[in-house]
Design a protein around this ligand. Structure first.
Ligand code: ZN
Length: 131
């Protein structure tokens, strides 16, 4: 499951790198957490996503939940991009729409896996123990 989710991160990573306008960026596309300029930039969403999800962040060490969150935010960004153009998301053959449909299915499986993970957790505080 994790491997599939990890692979799904490759597309938005490549796409966002292409979308970022480097000419106007003082940090060559590297999000600088301490620079006010970055927080006020209209490319902040893309840069921040890349900053948090680059290849150096070892996916193996991240919880399934975090990877799911990364994919959800990537879907929101790609979705907004697609909605600004003339795509019919459900039928459009372009890479973006294909990725959106694919990832949506993948996430549905991931939610199931997450629920299972939660239910199997041994130390779930029980409501019956309330005073
Ligand atoms: Zn499309």
């Amino acid at each position: 499951m994790k491997e599939q989710l990890k692979n799904a991160l490759v597309f938005p990573r490549t796409l966002f790198r292409e979308l970022i306008e480097l000419q106007t960026c003082p940090h060559a596309g590297h999000f600088a957490e301490r620079d006010q300029v970055c927080w006020a930039c209209d490319q902040e969403i893309l840069c921040q996503w890349l900053y948090r999800n680059d290849e150096c962040a070892p996916v193996e060490l991240r919880a399934l939940e975090q990877i799911v969150e990364s994919l959800e935010s990537a879907m929101a960004i790609v979705g907004a991009h697609v909605d600004a153009g003339d795509h019919g998301r459900r039928v459009c053959p372009c890479d973006l729409c294909f990725w959106l449909r694919d990832t949506e299915n993948l996430l549905a499986d991931a939610y199931t896996a997450l629920c299972r993970e939660r239910n199997e957790r041994p130390n779930v505080p029980s409501l019956s123990r309330a005073p």
